[in-house]
Design a protein around this ligand. Structure first.
Ligand SMILES: NC(=O)c1ccc[n+]([C@@H]2O[C@H](COP(=O)([O-])OP(=O)(O)OC[C@H]3O[C@@H](n4cnc5c(N)ncnc54)[C@H](OP(=O)(O)O)[C@@H]3O)[C@@H](O)[C@H]2O)c1
Length: 281
């Protein structure tokens, strides 16, 4: 049995569906137990899984900045608890991490071996989770992904399309570059990864890159929404968190081992919009 944490979240929901085609899957979320409490170790161990896929996290980036203790409790200590359960059962763990572990000073895609240097508490607490997994386990996959969107959660694409439809105009920052990633494309790759036993750290994002303005503009085109869209700079849209200006991931290890690059982000976006809001792209 595979245990998926954060099973009611945006990624966890799709992952449970994807893995259920080939495996017995049990999903747990905050309503079952809080990973931040040490009792979570026994709670996971009692379920006796053969693999833990750890998607649960405090993902509100600005919320992590204003409540760093909770961010470290969930993303650092919570991940330690999941890893301790895996250690106890002598089973592998897959931990989902983030492009926000990087500071964005590079101008070409980040390798798995580039040095992390997170800018805020979300990235730091997720990196703390990585450290726990690496120090407690021998058999693990750490998968860093970026700019996720999917049909089962609040996400940038859905928010922009709603705002553009309702107000007829949106302003979006054009000075942060990354790789938008469709949850279903990521889930396909994760399903292959866990069958491989090729443990280690992977970057897994859709191919290509863009800034948030280009991402929003493309989504509006595909959705057939004719609203006014203008580019702005990050300082015109202040948030509590400093975000990396460049966080494109190089899926180097994945591409070498699995030979099938993830498709271009525009292809994933087309499918998401077709599947979610039923328009012909
Ligand atoms: N979204 C992105 O753009 C992005 C990018 C890169 C990496 N990631 C990583 O991908 C993973 C999945 O992200 P997502 O966007 O699917 O997140 P999500 O929709 O926020 O799902 C996370 C789930 O974890 C649950 N959770 C939070 N705290 C918990 C706790 N203490 N104990 C147990 N469960 C808890 C949440 O429950 P509540 O909703 O009730 O709090 C939620 O159901 C995360 O590890 C995230 O860091 C996300």
């Amino acid at each position: 049995m595979i245990l998926v944490t954060g099973a009611k979240g945006m990624l966890g929901t799709d992952l449970c569906a994807e893995l259920s085609a080939q495996h017995q899957v049990t999903g747990v979320d905050l309503g079952d137990f809080d990973l931040a409490h040490k009792e979570a170790v026994e709670a996971i161990a009692d379920l006796n899984p053969q693999l833990v896929v750890h998607c649960a996290a405090m993902t509100n980036v600005d919320g992590c900045e204003t409540d760093p203790d909770r961010a470290y409790l969930v993303n650092g200590l919570g991940t330690r608890h999941a890893a301790l359960a895996c250690q106890k059962l002598d089973i592998p763990m897959l931990y989902i991490s983030t492009d926000f572990v990087f500071d964005g000073t590079k101008r070409e895609p980040y390798y798995e071996w580039d040095s992390p240097n997170p800018l805020g508490h979300y990235g730091r607490s997720k990196l703390a989770g990585e450290t726990e997994v690496r120090s407690l386990l021998n058999k693990y996959y750490i998968v860093r992904t970026s700019w996720l969107y999917g049909p089962n959660g609040k996400n940038f694409v859905a928010s922009i399309l709603i705002k553009a439809g309702e107000t007829g105009q949106v302003k979006v920052v054009d000075d942060q570059t990354g790789s938008p990633t469709y949850t279903r494309d990521l889930c396909n790759a994760l399903s292959l990864l866990i069958q491989s036993n090729l443990y280690g750290t992977y970057h897994l994002s859709n191919s290509g890159s863009c800034n948030w303005y280009q991402f929003a503009k493309t989504a509006m085109e595909y959705a057939g929404i004719k609203a006014e869209i203008s580019p702005i700079k990050s300082h015109e849209y202040p948030t509590p968190t400093k975000r990396p200006v460049y966080s494109v991931l190089n899926n180097f290890a994945w591409n070498k081992e699995f030979k099938t690059p993830l498709r271009h982000w525009e292809e994933g976006l087309k499918d998401y919009i077709r599947e979610t809001i039923h328009v012909q792209c």
